[in-house]
Design a binder for this molecule. Sequence first.
Ligand SMILES: Cc1cc2nc3c(=O)[nH]c(=O)nc-3n(C[C@H](O)[C@H](O)[C@H](O)COP(=O)(O)OP(=O)(O)OC[C@H]3O[C@@H](n4cnc5c(N)ncnc54)[C@H](O)[C@@H]3O)c2cc1C
Length: 433
Amino acid sequence: MEDEKFDAIVVGAGPAGSAAAYTMAKAGMSVVVFERGDYPGAKNVMGGVLFREAVEGVFGKFWEEGAPLERPVVDQRLWMLGQESVVTAGFRTQAFAAPPYNAFTVLRAQLDPWFAKQAEDAGAYLITETQVTDLVFDDTGRVIGVRTGREGDLFADVVIMAEGINAFATVKAGLRRDFTMENAALAVKEIHALPPETINDRFNLRDGEGATILLLGEFSHDMMGSGFIYTNRDTLSVGVGAIVSHLVETKVRPNDVLDEMKKHPAVQPLLAGSEIKEYSAHLIPEVKYSELPRPYGDGYMLVGDTAGYVNFLFQEGCNLAIASGGMAGRAAVEAWERKDYSAASLSTYQQKLDDSFVLQDLYELRNGPAFFRNHREFFGIYPRMLNQAAEDLLTVSGLSKKTVGMSILRDLHRQRPFWRVGKDMFDAVRAFI
Ligand SMILES: Cc1cc2nc3c(=O)[nH]c(=O)nc-3n(C[C@H](O)[C@H](O)[C@H](O)COP(=O)(O)OP(=O)(O)OC[C@H]3O[C@@H](n4cnc5c(N)ncnc54)[C@H](O)[C@@H]3O)c2cc1C
């Protein structure tokens, strides 16, 4: 058994697990990483936009080191869809087209192996096709190792759980409760192949530039949900997601939501002639701040989606996973230097999270999930009203502008009385400020 003992075991070679493994191995700890997939990223899904700052904080200048990146994002658009119209907003800057960049579009099947390779090059030992089924505890309740189907039991001073959202072993061991249907969104995603020049033309991009479109509106069937279209080199990532409890309640299938979005007259020309290369579905944590699990205990830490660290409003998850993995890795290195892996010693992880954007942002947005779940009009009625108002305003008729303005106000009031709009705005201010 002693032969099988490592300084640290990491369960899961997603971005969070690889960040933790890389940080610990680089500091000289002996680290083993278990990944149930054939290779890291084999089953992982993301939109995906990778935000540079947090990744650089752990892996250094990854864009200069051969990380498989698709396009730096220079153009971020918000589309609010009506039945056959769209109201748009956006931001584009060439500042994001040059180093150090702000964000990149990525494909996880290529990116995850690169992160895992950094951990391996730093000295971590990666074991694929092996699922951790249970955690091993000592008599005092401290986590001392893991049980796997293929490799039997392996022991370590600290175990970092980076299983992603489902986290079967974490939940089974009682380190976290299952996330409820209210605390998770189900997303479906397709990858559409198109020649790079066609993508450039359709999205008004130069070679090596990328765009993202976040879509809200009619297609979401008044659920708390949204869609996305991201430009990769020679593919588009196209998907939708909605809160699971809303999907159950409305009985709408996510694939139908995606089809509806794809058929919208503003979306269809972007995808025309493309070939669907891949289809995937995955859950995303959207956990109330007050229901986030304690991310550490005697001999263990929880990182990334396992701990529920996703910023639903800004659609950030991978950067929180990598930042939290890096922080857990550093907390483990400090515990290794102290030779103390008790909960008290590992609580430095919580302090690091508290002092960082990870928990500070989630705290600021703590009322957001409940607000949007109870104010679904932001996903349905409001985009509809905006589209109607824009169409009326921009339709040139024999009527005076004042008459048109009054008619728009009457229409808007009919769709949602102004006192309710006022209350929605008041609730929004209270939820976010
Ligand atoms: C459709 C979609 C779009 C998204 N878009 C974005 C985006 O644009 N930007 C962004 O920042 N985030 C995005 N996210 C969120 C982001 O993907 C996650 O937050 C991030 O992947 C979390 O990383 P992780 O390492 O914690 O978990 P995961 O990426 O889920 O990795 C967990 C790993 O653990 C392995 N594993 C699980 N259990 C075991 C076990 N018991 N034994 C061994 N191995 C195990 C899995 O196979 C997997 O490799 C998106 C998510 C989805 C679903």
